[in-house]
Design a protein around this ligand. Structure first.
Ligand SMILES: Cc1cc2nc3c(=O)[nH]c(=O)nc-3n(C[C@H](O)[C@H](O)[C@H](O)COP(=O)(O)OP(=O)(O)OC[C@H]3O[C@@H](n4cnc5c(N)ncnc54)[C@H](O)[C@@H]3O)c2cc1C
Length: 460
């Protein structure tokens, strides 16, 4: 039977468009952010509302088809699509309703952080999102959510108040502390395993004009900068978010022209305390090593949150590896110094994000996010434009990751994992894995939601 015959009944029951291979919109609709992913689903359903999501989940389950759920489409392994199955594309569900008095916001499941920041900033409010504003609120939050505000306000999932979720049986549930509490626990770190979040309700914080931006140092001083950074960020005020990175200097006006294309190390910071205190808060960073260039100052939070978007357009090749780290030891720094300065292209990078502060006031077993005792989440993010360079870039990521492994925890952050990392799922969830598998059995015994960093349902 042709795909169109199979899906025609579904097409008739949803309000959003069902895009099949014969549709002129198909080629664009099947693309995800990672240009390496080239899959051809049977149909992409651009859901208009929760009812569309419910119908599509039930259809895929009944037909035994692979089902992908796409929010922002940023999954590096390309979980937002599949070969021959159904895609729930939430990109038409982008509304955000802000309650400025109650300091909450409810975002539909397809929102990006740009959508969210835009809606909340007008009220001088924000919550923890990622570093790039084109990333989806749904995927990022369900995996945990690390960003500039993590030290001050916790992970994105720590700010989740409730979620409306379409589960594998096609029903819509609300998950919160008071309603389906086990599901709510699992959603906060368990990724897309438990259902489709059609909307997510967040706590907001007074974050408006921040003081921050990047400070670049010569790469031959990276050891000094890393040693400074690990001490500084351990006790810096929680209003300061700041991550360390290796990066080739892009041709930006604030970087001296003769240094463009030179490999650097940098610290990117975001001070959310009183803006007039920002300069003093960042002052120690200027003494870490000689500064090649900096671009710090007061700016609207959404401006910092989208500052690097242009460097990373949709369609680059992506291959990433990640580890949680308790301490950046001298031996770990030696491994960084061997591989970080070899970053192969201007888009690629290694980021060490701090996950201390407010994120550590939540216990390891309070949510599904299991590494509250780690102080850093490190990601080696290989991103490059030309598929001809795949081998070289993948090798850089793998070699760097192998070198860090002895100095890292067994698990890493699921949102930074590659498609060859499914063997690490137990390590990624460590003490929380068995409980997650139990909850998976309760809500998705047939593993309908398996196109993700998959938690297999516990045996009955
Ligand atoms: C350029 C870039 C920058 C990033 N920066 C950060 C960062 O600063 N901090 C950070 O924590 N992470 C970051 N990430 C990682 C990011 O959190 C993950 O890639 C995340 O899964 C992306 O979510 P998405 O909705 O955009 O992706 P998608 O590919 O749409 O989805 C990813 C996964 O989440 C599931 N999912 C998405 N939406 C929903 C929903 N509404 N309901 C149920 N399941 C859903 C999908 O099924 C899939 O398994 C970044 C990724 C990229 C590519």
């Amino acid at each position: 039977m042709a795909a169109t015959d199979v899906t025609s009944e579904l097409a008739a029951s949803v309000r959003g468009p069902l895009i099949g291979p014969d549709d002129p919109a198909y080629e664009e609709a099947r693309k995800v952010y990672n240009g390496m992913i080239d899959r051809r689903p049977m149909a992409i359903v651009r859901c208009a509302d929760a009812a569309d999501v419910m119908a599509t989940v039930s259809f895929a389950r009944e037909e035994g088809l692979d089902l992908s759920v796409r929010g922002g489409g940023h999954s590096v392994p390309g979980f937002g699509t599949n070969e021959g199955g159904i895609v729930i594309d939430l990109s038409a569900m982008r509304g955000v309703r802000v309650d400025p008095q109650g300091r909450t916001a409810r975002a539909e499941g397809g929102c990006t952080w740009a959508d969210f920041d835009h809606a909340t900033h007008v009220f001088g409010l924000a919550t923890t999102g990622g570093i790039i504003s084109t990333t989806g609120v749904g995927g990022l939050t369900l995996g945990g959510g690390i960003g500039y505000l993590t030290r001050g306000h916790g992970l994105s999932c720590d700010n989740l108040i409730s979620a409306d979720v379409v589960t594998a049986d096609g029903q819509l549930l609300t998950a919160s502390e008071d309603s389906n509490a086990d599901l709510f626990w699992a959603l906060r770190g368990g990724g897309g395993n438990f259902g489709v979040a059609t909307s997510l309700e967040f706590r907001l914080h007074p974050v408006s004009t921040v003081y921050g931006g990047p400070i670049l140092y010569p790469v031959d001083r990276a050891g000094d900068v890393m040693r400074f950074y690990r001490e500084f960020i351990a006790s810096a005020p929680e209003e300061l978010g700041a991550f360390f990175a290796f990066q080739i200097a892009p041709p930006l006006p604030f970087i001296p022209e003769d240094r463009h294309g030179e490999t650097m190390c940098l610290i990117v910071s975001c001070w959310t305390g009183p803006v007039e205190d920002g300069e003093a808060a960042l002052a120690p960073l200027f003494d870490a090593a000689p500064v090649v260039a900096s671009h710090v100052g007061p700016m609207p939070y959404p401006a910092l949150n989208s500052a690097f978007d242009a460097l990373l357009p949709k369609g680059l090749q992506h291959y990433w590896k990640a580890n949680f780290v308790k301490e950046i030891s001298d031996d770990a720094i030696a491994a960084h110094l061997e591989h970080g300065p070899a970053v192969p292209c201007v888009e690629s990078t290694m980021h060490a994000y701090p996950i201390n502060g407010a994120a550590q006031r939540v216990g390891n077993e309070d949510t599904a996010f299991p590494y509250r005792d780690a102080n850093f989440a490190c990601v080696i993010a290989g991103m490059w434009p030309d598929p001809a360079d795949n081998e070289r870039n993948v090798a850089w990521v793998r070699d760097y990751s192998d070198a860090l492994q002895p100095h890292s925890e067994a698990g890493g952050y699921i949102n930074f994992m590659a498609d060859d990392d499914q063997g690490r799922i137990r390590d990624n969830y460590r003490q929380n894995y068995n409980r997650l598998a139990e909850i998976k059995r309760r809500y998705d015994p047939g593993n309908v939601f398996h196109v993700n960093q998959n938690i297999a349902p516990a045996p009955a």
